[in-house]
Design a protein. Structure first.
Length: 223
C-alpha cells in the first residue's frame, strides 16, 4: 500500500508495559473526535491466540516469538489499510517497534537486522511514533497495581533491556519522546500539542473545502 493510496495518518503508541499506552490512546482518540476528526483505534496483537502464543515463546525463543507477532501483523494488514482509508487518523497501541524492542533486544544483531527488515515488509510503517518513557521500576509498580499475574516478559531485568532498546529506536525520524512518569493529563497535553498540527494537515487535505485549523489547535510545545 503506497502513501498515495492511503488517506489517514498512522500513529503508534509505544513503551514498556505499564507506561500508559492504552490510557493515552483512549483519551487522545476522545479528544480528537470531539474536534471533528475521524479516529480509529487498534491494538497489537490483533489475534488473541497468536498473541498468547508469542508471549509464551518470548522467554525461551525470542525469534519464534517475533515470527508469531509478525504473522499476526501480516494477517491484520488488510484491516489496518482499510482503517487508514476510512479515517483521518489510526491510533495503534503498539506496532512492529514493540517486536524490535522486546524480541529484537534478545537476539544477535544479525537476527535483529533481519527482524527489522521483515517488519517493514509485512505492515504499514507508522508516520509518527510516541514513546512513553518510563523507568522499569515504576512500570513494574504500575503493573503490580493492576492485580493481575505478571506476563512472562514483565520482569525488571527484561524491561530494563527493552527500555534501552526503545531509547535507541526513539532517536529515529518521526519519534516523539514523552516522560510517562508525569500525570496523565500532562502526557495527554504534550502528545496532543506535538501531533495535532501533523494530523490536522492530512485531515484538511483529504476533505477539501474544510478548515483544519477550525477543529484542531495547532499549538507547539516541548514534550
Amino acid at each position: 500500500m503506497t502513501a498515495a493510496s492511503r488517506s489517514g495518518r498512522l500513529v503508534a503508541l509505544e513503551g514498556i508495559d505499564g507506561s500508559g499506552k492504552s490510557t493515552l490512546q483512549r483519551r487522545l482518540a476522545k479528544r480528537w473526535r470531539s474536534r471533528g476528526l475521524i479516529v480509529a483505534t487498534i491494538r497489537e496483537p490483533s489475534d488473541v491466540a497468536l498473541g498468547r502464543l508469542a508471549q509464551e515463546l518470548g522467554p525461551s525463543d525470542p525469534w519464534a516469538s517475533a515470527m508469531v507477532f509478525t504473522l499476526d501483523r501480516l494477517l491484520a494488514r488488510p484491516h489496518l489499510e482499510a482503517a487508514l482509508r476510512k479515517n483521518d487518523v489510526v491510533l495503534t497501541d503498539r506496532s512492529f517497534f514493540s517486536t524490535l524492542a522486546y524480541q529484537g533486544s534478545s537476539v544477535p544483531r544479525s537476527l535483529a537486522t533481519r527482524m527489522r527488515r521483515m517488519q517493514r515488509g509485512v505492515t504499514v510503517v507508522p508516520g509518527r511514533v510516541v514513546y512513553l518513557a518510563l523507568s522499569p521500576r515504576e512500570a513494574l509498580r504500575r503493573v503490580g497495581g493492576r492485580g493481575k499475574a505478571r506476563a512472562p516478559l514483565e520482569r525488571l531485568r527484561t524491561l530494563a533491556r527493552v527500555d534501552r532498546r526503545y531509547r535507541r529506536l526513539s532517536r529515529g525520524r518521526g519519534w516523539i519522546v514523552v516522560d510517562a512518569s508525569r500525570p496523565a493529563d500532562e502526557v495527554l497535553e504534550s502528545v496532543d500539542r506535538a501531533l495535532s498540527p501533523w494530523v490536522v494537515r492530512r485531515a484538511g487535505a483529504r476533505r477539501p473545502g474544510t478548515s483544519s485549523t477550525s477543529t484542531v489547535s495547532a499549538g507547539r510545545g516541548s514534550v
